[in-house]
Design a protein around this ligand. Structure first.
Ligand code: C2E
Ligand code: MG
Ligand code: MG
Ligand code: MG
Length: 284
């Protein structure tokens, strides 16, 4: 009994809180320096055409190589970066690095000139003045064609930042940049609001894709999302594709693109280069 009492005691709880608080503060301090210390890196994951089996694009996924903690997942530090505002410089670094990389692969003739680069953009970045100018500058500076850049935003961003995001999203689209809704189906999009947005691509969340090939009832949800996208003249990417059964079912349902461990895990730039050279451009 003593053990249970001890564990729940206010004093111990307080110590745990303080410890969490300290490590959070430490993490924040470390994150603040991560860019200048060159600790951030990007991994890239293939997005494959289910029709041709060729690479249609990549998604850039940020990693933090922390000197003591090792590789820290974005699931852990992106929320912290959003709360502290550090997402603004981090987001800019991600955009610049991804665009530069894409241009480099084009120059090395590793990719065709219609292959796209997708970059995740957090809600907080829309509160930043000059987001549109910043992106325009990056395109100019790297020489990447605007129509090859895709920005991924979640439904939450659209709903929560409706006012500030609408104008900027429209301006970005006017530049030729394409917009994707990430993790589609997990948020609370109202369809009427969705329709007001200039969206080009829906990405079906992994949680709907994973059960495909096994549980029949999930087929209907995926089918509904695909039909919705097609009716709204958007293209559809299935996230988290891990098996051939899932791919066959997705193809049958009319899904255009797939992304997931079946094709490849996210890899660093060198890993992508080797992958492309070994596969000779065919992934299905
Ligand atoms: P997301 O944008 O939905 O990215 C897809 C996530 O699913 C990635 O996790 C990827 O590694 C993982 N994934 C891909 N294929 C499979 C699969 O077949 N099976 C399974 N189980 N997982 C798969 P990751 O890299 O840990 O990123 C997690 C989230 O962090 C991303 O979800 C995105 O929301 C956020 N994130 C990553 N990079 C950035 C960034 O540069 N900026 C912002 N704002 N958010 C980012
Ligand atoms: Mg994404
Ligand atoms: Mg996603
Ligand atoms: Mg997801």
């Amino acid at each position: 009994h003593a053990k249970y009492l001890g564990q729940g005691s206010p004093q111990l709880f307080d110590q745990r809180m303080q410890k969490n608080f300290r490590s959070r503060l430490q993490l924040e301090t470390d994150l603040r320096r991560a860019i200048e210390r060159d600790e951030l890196l990007l991994n890239y994951q293939l997005i494959v055409s289910l029709l041709t089996g060729e690479i249609a694009g990549f998604e850039a996924l940020v990693r933090w190589n922390h000197p003591k903690r090792g590789l820290v997942s974005p699931v852990q530090f992106i929320p912290l970066a959003e709360e502290t505002g550090l997402i603004v410089p981090i987001g800019e670094w991600v955009l610049r690095t991804a665009c530069k990389q894409m241009r480099q692969w084009q120059i090395e003739q590793l990719v065709n000139h219609n292959v796209t680069m997708s970059v995740n953009v957090a809600g907080r970045q829309f509160a930043q003045l000059k987001l549109v100018n910043m992106i325009q500058d990056i395109l100019q500076e790297t020489g990447l064609d605007a129509k090859l850049l895709r920005l991924e935003i979640t439904e939450g961003v659209i709903m929560e930042h409706f006012e500030s995001a609408t104008t900027q999203l429209q301006q970005l689209r006017d530049l030729g940049i394409q917009l994707s809704i990430d993790d589609f189906g997990t948020g609370y999009s109202s369809l009427s609001r969705l329709q007001q947005f200039p969206i080009d691509i829906l990405k079906i969340d992994r949680s709907f894709v994973s059960p495909l090939g096994s549980k029949a009832e999930n087929r209907e949800i995926v089918e509904t999302i695909i039909n919705l996208a097609v009716n709204l003249k958007m293209s559809v990417v299935a996230e988290g594709v891990e098996t051939l059964e899932q791919i066959l079912e997705l193809k049958q349902l009319g899904c255009h693109y797939g992304q997931g461990y079946f094709f490849s895990r996210p890899l660093d730039s060198e890993g992508i280069k080797q992958l492309i050279l070994n596969h000779q451009f065919k992934y299905l």
